[in-house]
Design a protein around this ligand. Sequence first.
Ligand SMILES: [Zn+2]
Ligand SMILES: [Zn+2]
Length: 386
Amino acid sequence: MILTDLLTAADTAELVALRHALHRRPELSSQERETAARIAVELERCRADEILTGLGTHGVAAVYDSGVEGPTVLFRCELDGLPITEISTFAWRSEIEGKGHLCGHDGHMAILCGLARYLDANRPARGRVVLMFQPAEETGAGAADVIADARFEQIRPDFAFALHNLPGLPLGAVGVRPGPFTFASEGLAIRLSGRTSHAAQPEAGLSPAAVMCRLMEALPALPETLGHTPGHSLVTLSHARLGEAAFGISPGEADIFVTVRAIDDELQAELMGRAETLARDLAKAGGLGVDFDRHENFAAGHNDEEAVARIEKAADALGVKRVVVGDPFRWSEDFGRFGSVAKTGLFVLGSGEDHPGLHNPDFDFPDELIPAGVSLFALIARDLCG
Ligand SMILES: [Zn+2]
Ligand SMILES: [Zn+2]
């Protein structure tokens, strides 16, 4: 089996052009109106049996239905770009100031459009194949929005697959493992409230500085303090602010942002609760008020054994290099949420060892991965749906 069996050179060239067109017009999470419309046009062209639009917010799903009993197999990609200014100078760089497709979701969309072309010419023999273009991956909201949509019942999958390109791995190499694959994660914003005063009379106010400093040390140390298995959880300090940037005021307020991550949802929830308790206790001891806000909750990604076996089978049939993924990744993927409705398989596809990192201002999705991704997904679809 060679990759070009599944996609013609003309198809590949058109998919690269589509990727570049999507790259020029990135839209942020939950705002992917134009991107979704463009995708729907592509899917119409590929004669999907049914196209659902407006799923969750802007989700689009194409259904290829054999009409014969069999599994429903969903392949997922993401619609959203990032609020980061791209610094690359190639012809297809972002036309929108402050927004960029710097996670490669443009490439993932091109791969699913390639899969639509394959399915147009090779309809499933049994069951259904669903191509899901999910909104708002970057904020962790999109998968939940799509699943909560009443129309999701019509396409509820038995299996769900996704890939993410990953810089640092050899170009085109596949990495997957059964069990925990990506961490659960959530942002915690902590606000400490005291009382401002003139900087000449700090004793007249109540500065949160000392409690803030203690928290900034104690929060990242929490997994160790609680005796968690090393490597299974972490608290990362991501932002802190004390009062205003001024010299005449003793501060009355402080903000601390942390990201709380763990290998599974239960451990993540426990760690989150402990972080809040710690902040509450230290604030109380210092006579301060404290408020919390939680943001961007991602479920842990857990790979089903059978789904992983199908991915490995496809990679081996294509002669694709496989890399060992020893430990689960500490980053999070909104795809984890699909684990609540289907047997899930997420794998990483190498973007090249020296490739700029995801979310870096000079990142760009390697176009060579488009035929590779289409071929892997097509073989998985063929394996399950004939
Ligand atoms: Zn991303
Ligand atoms: Zn991404």
